[in-house]
Write a protein that binds this ligand. Structure first.
Ligand SMILES: [Zn+2]
Ligand SMILES: [Zn+2]
Length: 339
C-alpha cells in the first residue's frame, strides 16, 4: 500500500497558514484535507470519506501539524468544517470528526441534502440515474449492472448531519467563497488570499468527472465550463490546492489545458455523430467513446459522454429526431441527429 505524503504548510500573502493533510478516501484513492489558520476561526476544509483509515489519517495529520509547526490543532480548537462538495470522499468523515470536535459544518445549499439527508439524496440520485439511462437507450440488463456500481449508493450511507450551515455567502471570515458548479451542483472553491482551495473542480492530472445536468440541476458540462471561467477571472492566484493529487503551480495554465481537452472531447462527439450518419442514442455514442471500460468506470464514462451530448443539444448542435415516439412511449430512447 503506498505511503501517504507528509503534511505540508503553505503561507498566504495575507499571513494565513494552510496545512495540507493527506488521507486515504476510497480504496487506493487519496484525498487532501486542509486546515486553515489565521483567516478567522480555525477551519478544516473537507472531512475525508470516513471509510477505512480516512479519519485516523486526518487526526494523525492534525497531530503532525502540531508537532512540526507548533500549531494548536487539538480537536477542541477546530471551530468549523467547510465541505467543498457533497461527494462521499469529501464529507463521509464528518460524523467521526464531529464525535471529537464541536465544529459548525458549512456546505453550499445545492449540495446540503447530501449530508443532511444522505438516504434521500442517494434514493433520488438512483431514480434520476435510471431515467437518464432509459432516455439514453441503455439496454435494461446493462442499466442494472451500471446502477449496481452507483457511486451514490453506499451500502451503509453515512449518518445524517444535523444543523448544517448553508454557504450562501461570498465570504466566511477571511475566506472567499466561489460557487463553482458542474462537477457537483454545490461545489465551492475557497480563496485564502492568494491560495485557492479548489476541491475537485480543478485537478492537476485528471480531467474532473462530469455528469449530465439531466441528472441534477447545476451538474453538467455547461456549468462546469462557466465555473472554470469564473475561477480563471480571479486575479493573483499563486497556488491552487486541490482535493486530490498534487498542488497546482499555475492554475491559469491548468484551466486552459482542461478547457482545451473538453473542447476536443466535445468535438469528438460531434465527429462520432457525423460518422454515424443517422439517429444515434447517447448509449451508442458512449460505446463509441469507451469500448473497453467496465463496472464503475463504465458508469463514469457513460455519464461523461452523456454530459457532452447534452451540452451539444442544449446549444442547438443536435436535435431529437423521434419526438412522436418519445411522446407516446416514456421508455423510448432519445435519438439525436446533427442539426
Ligand atoms: Zn467530487
Ligand atoms: Zn473527490
Amino acid at each position: 500500500m503506498p505511503r501517504l505524503s507528509e503534511v505540508q504548510q503553505f503561507l498566504s500573502s495575507g499571513g494565513a497558514r494552510v496545512y495540507r493533510i493527506p488521507c486515504k478516501v476510497l480504496g487506493e484513492l487519496t484525498g487532501r484535507v486542509y486546515l486553515v489558520l489565521g483567516a478567522g476561526e480555525p477551519t478544516l476544509v473537507d472531512a475525508g470519506s470516513g471509510q477505512g483509515e480516512s479519519t485516523q489519517n486526518i487526526l494523525d495529520g492534525l497531530d503532525a501539524v502540531r508537532r512540526a509547526f507548533g500549531e494548536s490543532t487539538d480537536a477542541a480548537h477546530i471551530k468549523r468544517i467547510i465541505v467543498t462538495h457533497g461527494h462521499l470522499d469529501h464529507y463521509g468523515g464528518l460524523g467521526e470528526l464531529l464525535a471529537r470536535m464541536t465544529a459548525e459544518v458549512w456546505i453550499h445549499p445545492l449540495d446540503s441534502r447530501a449530508i443532511a439527508a444522505p438516504e434521500e439524496s442517494a434514493a433520488l440520485a438512483r431514480h434520476a440515474a435510471r431515467q437518464v439511462l432509459v432516455q439514453a437507450g441503455v439496454p435494461e440488463e446493462t442499466g442494472r449492472e451500471l446502477l449496481a456500481h452507483h457511486w451514490l449508493a453506499p451500502r451503509e450511507p453515512p449518518a445524517a448531519i444535523t444543523n448544517v450551515k448553508l454557504l450562501e455567502t461570498n465570504a466566511i471570515d477571511d475566506i472567499r467563497v466561489l460557487h463553482s458548479p458542474g462537477h457537483s451542483p454545490g461545489h465551492v472553491c475557497l480563496l485564502v488570499d492568494d491560495l485557492l482551495l479548489c476541491g475537485d473542480h480543478i485537478l492537476p492530472r485528471t480531467i474532473p468527472q462530469l455528469w449530465p445536468e439531466s441528472l441534477r440541476p447545476y451538474k453538467g458540462l455547461g456549468h462546469y465550463l462557466e465555473s472554470l471561467d469564473r475561477v480563471r477571472a480571479v486575479p493573483g492566484i499563486r497556488l491552487a490546492l486541490p482535493g486530490h493529487e498534487a498542488i497546482i503551480e499555475d492554475v491559469y495554465r491548468r484551466i486552459d489545458e482542461i478547457r482545451r481537452s473538453q473542447t476536443r472531447r466535445i468535438q469528438y462527439v460531434a465527429d462520432l455523430m457525423r460518422r454515424a450518419n443517422g439517429p444515434t442514442t447517447i448509449w451508442q455514442i458512449a460505446r463509441g467513446l469507451y469500448q473497453q471500460t467496465a463496472g464503475f468506470f463504465a458508469l463514469l464514462a457513460f455519464m461523461d459522454a452523456a454530459s457532452r451530448v447534452e451540452y451539444l443539444h442544449q446549444r442547438g448542435a443536435l436535435r431529437v429526431a423521434n419526438l412522436e415516439q418519445i411522446e407516446s412511449d416514456p421508455r423510448a430512447a432519445w435519438q439525436y441527429v446533427l442539426d
